[in-house]
Design a protein around this ligand. Structure first.
Ligand SMILES: Nc1ncnc2c1ncn2[C@@H]1O[C@H](COP(=O)(O)OP(=O)(O)OP(=O)(O)O)[C@@H](O)[C@H]1O
Ligand SMILES: [Mg+2]
Length: 313
């Protein structure tokens, strides 16, 4: 398992400090929820802006590399200059109190924020050498390659088979559809439970089965990355454990980024963890990123420790 390869080292990321100091000559005016510095009229620099990062010492490629990613809803800044990697074929957990920008950040990864009127993103998310946030990049193609599973299972009011086949068909898949459907359902650990009733409505399944159906639907369009926003929070403990097992299995083939409020879950399923926090101005910032084991046993930032031990949020 990936965790065995970690040589646990600690350091501050070299780029973090530089990222904290905006170029005052060219920086756009700050949004209203970011404080002005009274003396100079410049942007008030949060001294905690530079996130600490543990070094990644295992040999792993990066599926995504974020650089100074910010997101806005109209004039409200929801997240501020987040810089971190998303390692390939690993599970990365995004944790932090409600409102710190976890869902917003997740939606940046596949341009889902584009669908929210007034939402805007800045910075760079590198994916295979290109910046995903570049307006010239086709957001529909991004969403095929970077799929999403939501908190509340949302199968289409169609048969189990059609739920899985739908996306592939829209994308013009011309191969063996039966095989594709079976393969996706197997990977989502649902095949054995539904193989004899593929014509049944997806809505007739239990909550946990519906969530695995949604995962099968995401897999069927052959994505490289799967984003999951609290995928188990609406499920009972047994269904939750199934989803957690599934996440670990999926990481063999896909890169997984999961938002969770459940610290035990983050500890169980993820290889890497990013801790986000919003201050008084409600601007979400990355506090700490690193191997989950390090974040949980040896956090570099007091606020990470406070959150993990349940002292706030
Ligand atoms: N569509 C939107 N329009 C305006 N503001 C939004 C929108 N979505 C989120 N926000 C604001 O952006 C900030 C971050 O919200 P987000 O939903 O990303 O937080 P979160 O960490 O996912 O919270 P939770 O744990 O409660 O799901 C919050 O202040 C929220 O009110
Ligand atoms: Mg959320």
């Amino acid at each position: 398992m990936a965790r065995n390869f970690f040589t646990l080292m600690r350091s501050s990321a070299p780029g973090a400090t530089a990222a904290a100091e905006p170029d005052r000559a060219t920086a756009p005016p700050p949004p209203p929820n970011v404080k002005q510095d009274d003396a100079g009229g410049g942007v008030h620099l949060d001294p905690t802006l530079a996130a600490v990062r543990h070094e990644i010492t295992e040999a792993v490629d990066m599926a995504l590399q974020l650089r100074n990613v910010s997101a806005f809803y109209g004039t409200f800044q929801a997240i501020d200059r987040m810089t971190m990697p998303i390692p390939q074929n690993r599970v990365t957990a995004l944790i932090g109190p409600s409102g710190c920008g976890k869902s917003t950040l997740l939606r940046c990864f596949n341009r889902m924020n584009d669908l929210i009127p007034g939402a805007r993103m800045e910075g760079e998310i590198e994916f295979e050498g290109r910046n995903l946030l570049d307006p010239n990049i086709d957001a529909v193609e991004v969403r095929r390659r970077i799929g999403m599973v939501f908190q509340k299972p949302n199968p289409f009011p169609k048969s189990i088979y059609e739920n899985v086949a739908f996306g592939a068909r829209i994308n013009g898949y011309s191969g063996d559809m039966d095989r594709l459907v079976e393969d996706a359902l197997r990977r989502a650990a649902l095949w054995d439970e539904v193989k004899d009733e593929l014509d049944k409505s997806g809505l007739a399944l239990s909550g946990g089965q519906q969530q695995r159906l949604c995962i099968a639907r995401a897999i069927a369009v052959q994505p490289e990355i799967i984003l999951m926003d609290e995928p188990a929070s609406a499920l009972d403990p047994v269904a939750t454990l199934k989803i957690e097992d599934l996440m670990r299995e999926l990481a063999e083939h896909y890169t997984i980024v999961v938002v969770t409020h459940n610290m035990q879950q983050a500890g169980r399923v993820s290889d890497y963890t990013a801790f986000l926090l919003a201050g008084e101005e409600r601007v979400g910032r990355l506090v700490e990123f690193g191997p989950t084991q390090e974040i949980f046993t040896n956090p570099l930032d007091q606020r990470t420790e406070d959150y993990i031990t349940g002292r706030y949020g």
